[in-house]
Structures are given as structure tokens and as C-alpha cells.
Design a protein around this ligand. Structure first.
Ligand SMILES: Nc1ncnc2c1ncn2[C@@H]1O[C@H](COP(=O)(O)OP(=O)(O)OP(=O)(O)O)[C@@H](O)[C@H]1O
Ligand SMILES: [Mg+2]
Length: 359
């Protein structure tokens, strides 16, 4: 759901910014260190309650200030403009306000502003450990299955309790009561994830074929334990191993999305530009699938758009994003790099020393 206005105060090098946004493309143009990524980071904070660059609030609040504010207005599904805002203080206090109501939860921010971030460090989705791909899957499940958020939170709490119990338990009987609920949750979580991947991969495979026609992509969900054994049985069977490890080895917290191209892991095959295209394809696919299922539009944040991509690939990505009809924020050092993407609906902002001016 697009933002129509953005107000950022005391965030990194941005002292104060108040801009009217396009519901189509918004371009942030400026030299190194001017504040382009910081604007994207501020929007991300508004949708997630945290930064994508630092987990320390003190790093994102402007030096010598005690708090930061990111406010805005967004269009809801009935095209009504509503206010949204987050305030963070140095002691970690966070306040979220949506539609004039205070005390809202961070998960509600995510419901209102589904975001897809594409940035230069985003290759970790393809090249690093499974936690990045789990986060990718769970973004989609969170937005399409309303019971997921609570079930996953409850599973994580039970898993923590189980790991503590493993250290003291003398026999499996001491765990079996807890394991019943953990197994029930694990089976549901896994089913939702699997259903989500099955549906979303149709869109993803199609976009990947457009972006990387030379490869045949395969996406396969791994649920985190043997596919033929109920989770309850796994927990019981692996009790001794889990006890010697001091934690529960198998489960939905080990799930992964295995991505192969012509049968080979992606990181062994793709160049850096191709990796970027693949990340873009997967993220755009998630956004498109979200719109198909829920009618919600997500907002795309694309940091350092031009890096790694030649002009032909840049145009292809731009066309694909335009076709989604979604709101897009693009940062770039020069205007020439975004020339292909500009249209009458687009809005250019010049960023310099933390000042953002409409161009
Ligand atoms: N807490 C803070 N308070 C004040 N300034 C900060 C803070 N954190 C970072 N900065 C500064 O804010 C600027 C933010 O830069 P940002 O990453 O947004 O630049 P950019 O325009 O994306 O540059 P590039 O093109 O190099 O990616 C940097 O100059 C950085 O030193
Ligand atoms: Mg930057």
C-alpha cells in the first residue's frame, strides 16, 4: 500500500525531510554519503520497526539527538489516506502509531506496509545460510496466512523451553507433554510454508525465465526434518542426540528453500550481475504473488539500482517493476542511470548532505 508522504527527523544524516511521494517511481539521486540509503532505511523502519543495516537503535538516531521519528501517510485498500509513524529513543523505547492509534505492534506496521528490499548486500538470500531464505519464505507466509505469526512465535518459545529442559531431563517422558504441542505447531507451520512455496514458485519461475532465460531454475522447499516422518516421532527418536547437543537439532527452524539452476546450486553458477537479477526476480515474484492472493501492493526499495547491472538488464528490471503498478523507491548516484525508468508519474528527489529536495 503506497506511501503518499514521508517525514523523517533525526535519522542518520537526515535532520528533517518532508516530501510528497509518487505512488509510482520515486528516484533518490545524490553522491556517496549524501543520505540515499538512509531514506530507504527510514522507510524500511516504518514497515518493519527495525533497520536493515544495524540492530542498534543508537546507530540510526542522528548523532547528538535523543530520538528519531519517521512518519508518513499511506493509502489503505479503500484508497483512504491514513497516518503512520514510528518513534525510537536511545533507551530502545519504540512507539508505533497507525491511523491515529498509539500502542500498535510492529507486526501491524508490516501488515500495512509490505516491503521488498533489494540492496547490494542482498545476495545473502542466495549465497549465505538458510536463515535468509527462511526469512524470505516467512515474509510470504506472514502476509498470506493470518495464523502463522502467532504459531511461529509460540513454536519458538516452546523450542527455547525444550532446549532448557533437554539439559536437565532424565528421560524422554519429561519432554513428551511439551513435544505434542510443538509437533502440532511444527506440522502447521511447515504445511503453510510448503503451500506458499508451491504457489509462489509458479510466479518466480516465470520471472526468472524472463530475467535469466539461459537457465532452468528449480525451487524446492525443505521443511527441516525428514519428509516421511511426523515431527513428533523425530523429537522422540532424536532425544538422546538432542540432549548431547544441548538443543533440538531438526525442525521448522532448520527449513530452507533450495534453489538450483540446471541442477547446480546458484552460487556456483551465477555471475554477480546474474545473482542480482535472480534476487530481483525472487523479490518481485513475492510481491506479485502477494497482490494476486491478497490484492495488497508491496513497496519496492531498490538501493544502488545500477550496481552490477548493464543497461539492458536495468531496462528489463524497470519494465517488470513498472508492470506491477507498485510504488518503487530507487536510489542512484547519477540521473543517467535511471533514465530508462523515468516517466510522467515518476518523482525525482535530489539528496545532498542529508537534505532531500524535489527535483
Ligand atoms: N547516526 C548518524 N548520525 C549522523 N550521521 C550519520 C549517522 N549514521 C551515519 N551517518 C552518515 O550519514 C550518511 C549516510 O549515508 P548513506 O549511506 O545514506 O549515503 P548514500 O547516499 O546511500 O551513499 P552511497 O552512494 O555511498 O551509498 C553518511 O555520510 C554517514 O556517515
Ligand atoms: Mg547508499
Amino acid at each position: 500500500m503506497p506511501l503518499t508522504r514521508l517525514i523523517v527527523q533525526q535519522f542518520r544524516n537526515i535532520k528533517a525531510c518532508d516530501i510528497e511521494l509518487s505512488t509510482g517511481f520515486n528516484f533518490l539521486i545524490g553522491p556517496n554519503g549524501s543520505g540515499k540509503t538512509s531514506v530507504l532505511e527510514a522507510i524500511y523502519l516504518l514497515g518493519h520497526g527495525r533497520s536493515f543495516k544495524s540492530s542498534l537503535t543508537g546507530r540510526i538516531i542522528q548523532n547528538e539527538c535523543d530520538e528519531l521519528f519517521v512518519h508518513g501517510r499511506f493509502l489503505n485498500s479503500d484508497q483512504f489516506e491514513l497516518p503512520i509513524g514510528i518513534n525510537k529513543q536511545r533507551d530502545g523505547t519504540t512507539e508505533v502509531k497507525i491511523g491515529g492509534q498509539s500502542g500498535q505492534k510492529l507486526a501491524q506496521l508490516a501488515q500495512v506496509l509490505p516491503l521488498q528490499l533489494i540492496h547490494p548486500e542482498g545476495f545473502d538470500l542466495l549465497t549465505d545460510g538458510p536463515k535468509f531464505r527462511r526469512a524470505f519464505i516467512d515474509w510470504g507466509v506472514f502476509h498470506t496466512e493470518s495464523a502463522f505469526f502467532d504459531a511461529w512465535g509460540r513454536f519458538k518459545r516452546l523450542n527455547k523451553q525444550r532446549n532448557a529442559l533437554l539439559k536437565t531431563a532424565r528421560s524422554y517422558r519429561e519432554l513428551s507433554y511439551w513435544d505434542q504441542e510443538m509437533a502440532r505447531l511444527a506440522e502447521s507451520i511447515s504445511q503453510w510454508r510448503s503451500d506458499y512455496i508451491e504457489q509462489m514458485k509458479v510466479v518466480a519461475e516465470q520471472i526468472c525465465r524472463e530475467f535469466l532465460p539461459e537457465f532452468d531454475i528449480q525451487l524446492k522447499y525443505y521443511r527441516g526434518w525428514d519428509k516421511d516422518t511426523p515431527y513428533q516421532e523425530i523429537l522422540e527418536k532424536n532425544f538422546e542426540r538432542d540432549q548431547s547437543l544441548g538443543y533440538t537439532f531438526s525442525g521448522p527452524n532448520k527449513a530452507d528453500l533450495r534453489i538450483k539452476l540446471n541442477g547446480t546450486p546458484v552460487e556456483d553458477v551465477l555471475s554477480r550481475g546474474q545473482l542480482k537479477l535472480m534476487v530481483c526476480a525472487l523479490r518481485v515474484a513475492q510481491g506479485q504473488h502477494l497482490t494476486q492472493v491478497t490484492k495488497k501492493q508491496c513497496i519496492y526499495l531498490i538501493d544502488d539500482f545500477a550496481s552490477e547491472l548493464d543497461s539492458q538488464r536495468r531496462s528489463r528490471l524497470a519494465e517488470c517493476l513498472k508492470a506491477t503498478g507498485a510504488q518503487v523507491f530507487v536510489s542512484s548516484i547519477t540521473e543517467s542511470q535511471i533514465a530508462d525508468m523515468r516517466d510522467d508519474n515518476g518523482q525525482v528527489f535530489h539528496v545532498e548532505h542529508g537534505k532531500i529536495e524535489q527535483g
